[in-house]
Design a protein around this ligand. Structure first.
Ligand code: 6PG
Length: 254
């Protein structure tokens, strides 16, 4: 695994700008090398400011939207239009503002009868998009996976102690509600997929994340204890974009 890079920004607005520029950098690298950019969005509130920046000038036109395919790393099992939907938030804040062809947006299918069925359907959709990997039984390599950090150290919808943490033979799984709101079933990409990415970038802002961030970056916890610690890209890069408030307990800044 490559070394982890820590980027400490003065506040959440500066974090949003740095992370947005990083997304653009990754998109340009991917399109230059492979002609496409596969992006996995994260949910939660932290990325919203970054999404807004990507949805307006000047950054909107710096992104190769026509060569971009947008996925989501986890989803609440709620209807598309529900205010708690991760992809719904991204749709409102950025995807509705940019020239991304609808056929290149891949929300998780929360209109399935159960979260388990939704996970199976999304995994099948990913297998269609990555047929060679599916045939060869190896996880897809997304160009950039964005992730958040919960106060309990969860990421995506991989919660401490959850069965989803142990899933190694599926690209997508489901989870009952975690300890933090909203109390709904979840669908989530699994560690094999997250760790196969070319680039993984966490966004963590605010004092509420300081304990979990210090634990994940400096205490070497198990993935069962702090699931974000289980994100260790095998060949890819790992970058943490944090603000000063979240970084306040860190003993080192580099
Ligand atoms: C979700 C997210 C989740 C999120 C963290 C941080 O569905 O809520 O995918 O993993 O990234 O809980 O959320 P905040 O950014 O709202 O603190």
């Amino acid at each position: 695994m490559n070394a982890c890079r820590l980027v400490v920004c003065r506040d959440s607005d500066a974090l949003a700008a740095r992370a947005a520029d990083y997304v653009i950098d990754c998109s340009r690298e991917a399109v230059q090398q492979r002609g496409r950019f596969t992006l996995v969005l994260t949910g939660g509130a932290t990325p919203e400011a970054m999404y807004r920046l990507l949805g307006k000038l000047p950054r909107r036109d710096a992104m190769p939207w026509c060569e971009t395919d947008v996925f989501v790393g986890d989803e609440r099992f709620v209807p598309y239009g529900d205010s708690r939907s991760n992809f719904g938030m991204a749709e409102r804040v950025v995807l509705s503002q940019v020239p991304l062809p609808p056929s290149q947006a891949f929300p998780m299918p929360t209109d399935e009868p159960t979260a388990e069925a939704a996970a199976e359907k999304y995994a099948a959709r990913l297998a269609q998009f990555f047929p060679q990997e599916a045939r060869e039984g190896r996880p897809p390599c997304f160009d950039l996976v964005l992730l958040g950090l919960g106060e309990d150290g969860h990421t995506a919808s991989l919660f401490p102690g959850a069965a989803a943490l142990q899933v190694e033979d599926a690209w997508v799984t489901w989870s009952p509600p975690g300890p933090l709101p909203p109390p709904v079933d979840r669908i989530t990409m699994t560690y094999p997929v997250l760790n196969a990415a070319r680039h993984v970038a966490f966004l963590a802002a605010g004092e509420r994340k300081a304990v979990a961030l210090q634990s994940v970056l400096e205490a070497n916890p198990s993935r069962n204890e702090r699931p974000a610690a289980g994100v260790k890209p095998i060949d890819g890069t790992l970058t943490w974009f944090v603000d000063e408030a979240a970084a306040k307990l860190l003993s080192r800044r580099v």
